[in-house]
Write a protein that binds this ligand. Structure first.
Ligand code: 13P
Ligand code: ZN
Length: 275
């Protein structure tokens, strides 16, 4: 079999596959969305032979002690998920974080490019989720999931309203995200302020919604992180289909039914969101 070089290494292959999966879903118009993966020691060693002389350190405007010295695979700013497979070295790359935990430098890829403009948000979310999961969390994903975005025009922008609407629109939801979802009011994307606001939500939730913009999900691997985004977006789509009929809702999943699901599946539902 032909040697695929760095593209044959599992973490890079999985990263690229997830980008194409997101593209196939229609969540990544133009350069919309971004993906980062915090590499394991064995990932770094497998990729190291492909590293070049590192670029300059670049400050991020955010800082995290628990990410000092880590390596991330990241999509590039202004790069299209659609092109990840045909132009990977321009569309994504690997960055190293400095000992102060406040700057990155490119060690592979991102040719004539730099990490996603949302790297500060990804970075702060990684920091919070790494701490919240004892190091298990490795993936942060941002997509422009259509039905989720549309809901931010008609539902009150509260964690409770969104969590309840999503839980009640598909029976699997309370099992997949029993803590609910966080909602961030509309903010200017790409900076430290939205990064800090989102990471505050990620202390409690695996997923956060950006009003009129998109969705952030987190997880230990690509399957679970993509699956979470897929589940949330699917549920939002069902909710829309129900609203679009204009019919009165005759039945839904009751709060007691939600409690029964939680009991049988052994998950702890966020009681603050139940009546
Ligand atoms: P980037 O191209 O910098 O990743 O930005 C896309 C995006 O979705 C901004 O929120
Ligand atoms: Zn975006």
């Amino acid at each position: 079999m032909a040697d695929k070089g760095i593209y044959g290494i599992a973490c890079v292959e999985g990263f690229m596959r997830m980008c194409m999966d997101g593209w196939d879903q229609g969540w990544h118009e133009r350069n919309g969305g971004n993906l980062t993966y915090r590499m394991k020691e064995e990932d770094i060693e497998a990729c190291r032979p492909y590293f070049h002389t590192p670029g300059e350190w670049v400050k991020m405007g955010v800082q995290a002690d628990n990410l000092a010295g880590e390596y991330f695979i990241t999509t590039g700013s202004g790069k299209y998920f659609r092109n990840v497979e045909i132009a990977p070295a321009e569309s994504l790359g690997i960055v190293e974080i400095n000992d102060a935990g406040d700057s990155w430098r490119i060690v592979w890829g991102l040719e004539n490019a730099k990490p996603t403009s949302e790297f500060p948000s990804h970075f702060m979310n990684h920091s919070v989720r790494k701490a919240a999961t004892n190091g298990a969390n490795r993936v942060i994903y941002h997509c422009h999931a259509t039905n989720v975005i549309a809901l931010t025009y008609v539902l009150p922008l509260t964690d409770r309203d969104f969590s309840r609407a999503l839980w009640k629109s598909a029976t699997e939801c309370p099992v997949v995200f029993p803590e609910g979802v966080g909602v961030c009011p509309w903010m200017v994307p790409g900076g430290a302020d939205i990064a800090v606001a989102t990471s505050e939500l990620m202390k409690t939730y695996q997923a956060a919604i950006w009003a009129q913009h998109g969705l952030f999900t987190s997880g230990p691997d690509f399957d679970i992180t993509f699956g979470l985004a897929h589940t949330i977006e699917k549920s939002a789509e069902i909710y829309w289909k129900v609203l679009a009929t204009g019919q009165p809702i005759l039945q839904t999943i009751t709060d007691d039914a939600l409690r029964s699901i939680a009991k049988d599946f052994g998950v702890q539902l966020n009681e603050a969101f139940l009546d």
